[in-house]
Design a protein around this ligand. Structure first.
Ligand code: SF4
Length: 133
């Protein structure tokens, strides 16, 4: 699910509006910076507070994509990061995935790239690809 947020200005204060995606309820929250602190409104439970803090100070995303397969029944295998990566690293992770080649067979769950682009996160196959017959 894509997150939605925007900054608005209210009496020179900054407010960020986000939708929590931790559970299906999808609480709409307001995060406001007040004198070096942040105030959070609209969270339905404490997990929303942690999510809001992460979105403010260290936003991360799980990346799903594909990698070229050499000698496989399919030319690509779908992959994802084993953990969310900082948003600032998404471009370099995507570049690494575009340049990567793996040889068939590939098993679902197999780690295909360790520490992708120096992020400390691995890339795992989400499908299996057999060798071409
Ligand atoms: S704040 Fe709590 S209840 Fe609301 S969406 Fe997030 S996890 Fe769910």
């Amino acid at each position: 699910m894509e997150k939605s947020w925007r900054w608005i200005s209210v009496n020179a204060e900054e407010i960020k509006e986000i939708t929590c995606i931790i559970c299906p309820i999808g609480c709409r929250m307001k995060i406001q910076r007040v004198e070096g602190e942040i105030e959070i409104e609209g969270n339905g439970c404490p997990r929303g507070i942690e999510y809001a803090k992460e979105e403010m100070f260290d936003p991360r995303r799980t990346i799903t994509s594909s990698i070229f397969v050499v000698g496989g029944e399919w030319p690509l295998v779908s992959v994802k990061t084993t953990r969310p990566v900082p948003k600032r690293d998404i471009f370099k992770v995507m570049s690494a995935l575009k340049a990567a080649r793996v040889s068939a067979p590939v098993k679902r769950g197999e780690i295909l790239i360790k520490n992708v682009a120096g992020t400390g996160v691995d890339i795992v196959a989400t499908k299996s690809v057999r060798k071409a017959s």
